[in-house]
Design a protein around this ligand. Sequence first.
Ligand code: HEM
Length: 467
Amino acid sequence: MELISMILFSFCSIVILFLFPCLFKLFDSVRRTLPLPPGSLGWPYIGETFQLYSQNPNVFFASKVKRYGSIFKTHILGCPCVMISSPEAAKFVLVTRAHLFKPTFPASKEKMLGKQAIFFHQGDYHTKLRKLVLRAFMPEAIKNIVPDIESLAKDSIQSWEGRLITTFQEMKTYTFNVALLSIFGKDEVLYREDLKRCYYILEKGYNSMPINLPGTLFNKSMKARKELAQIVAKILSTRRQMKLDHTDLLASFMGDKEGLTDEQIADNIIGVIFAARDTTASVMTWILKYLGENPSVLQAVTEEQEAIIKSNSGDDEKAPSLSWADTKKMPITSRVIQETLRVASILSFTFREAAEDVEYQGYLIPKGWKVLPLFRNIHHSPEIFPDPEKFDPSRFEVAPKPNTFMPFGNGTHSCPGNELAKIEMLILLHHLTTKYRWSMVGSNSGIQYGPFALPQNGLPIRLTKKL
Ligand code: HEM
């Protein structure tokens, strides 16, 4: 009996010590013999960076998809990449196998935003942050700030009256102020100008070379970042002394039982401003362009918004403030927002990095390679959205199929601010379409990329009050 157990023990040991690693190696080598996706890696190191950046990047993506299909390899900015442009592949990377693909950003961006910011993390810390951010941006929480967003919208539009304005610049001011309101509540208006001054210096360094020497853009940005963190620390200390009830993002961060450090709070506040401002401002800029070019759609939106004023009071000037319920009575305007998000696809793609070798549809995505789900290509696929270049909000009368419409991303890192973004757009459009007209100035056919797609020169317009 003893002999049998000894033989069994020896056999098991051989399997564990010898055969398992061999089997694993065999399996590994099978993986390694899987082909890479089709495509070309271009020149050594430079890869195909020049082809991508010397033209509209969407032309590069579209020509690759046409040649190689919905998954292809390339080499950009020193990194081998796999680009994917089918709804199924995007779901695989962002949702079902999200744990195999980690978020990845250039080191300079991590330094600017702060390495504790939500975008850069996975696992427990990310889950905890996400819960806190979602708590501040869920409908129940943003309902309370509808009147304050409305005041910001009215003030902004009034300040544009009769002037030649650059739409994107002005929208950035509006979306910045809404972001601060959602983060700090209205009490912190005291710090608005200082926060703005610092943030505007900080953002200049986002795409600069990370050389931290006196006088460089990067150095100035890092100083501005430090000052921003000091302002946040001041607000935190005042709040801790006053012990008042708040329902904003800062309160959500401060209320966490396990506690976030002041540094984690500052990194995430700067991160949310970054995520909230230019994205929403670019979309608003495109909406004004598309409405300006499509008078019948503008007419339908205006009538829908006028009907809300009438149902509330019957009299424009004395109309009460918009309520949360009013924002739910705007289906036509909401479809204009959806269609703008689709056509403009301001975030053409996002970045992930394979955390290990991954097999997808018989291809190998090697560990360390960047993986880019191409949102714009999915949004512009004629099989999914017929006549994709046409601005036609009515196509959203039918809900799009799952994973085909991802302006706010998908899965664990999808946008927690999407409700707030939609509300601030609806409120501004309400006042703009019912009380004002605008005309575009100069040629408006071009698109600039930096990094979001934008109408040329930020869309100069002239705004006048309706008589
Ligand atoms: C129309 C405007 C907006 C668009 C198109 C947009 C789009 C997106 C997309 C596509 C992602 C996912 C990126 C990825 O998976 O790599 C994202 C993430 C994020 N967005 Fe937005 N966003 C908008 C507005 C906002 C606003 C207003 C806020 C905050 C108030 C916000 C906060 C965030 C945050 C914190 C993340 C990171 C989430 C995470 O990593 O878990 N965004 N956004």
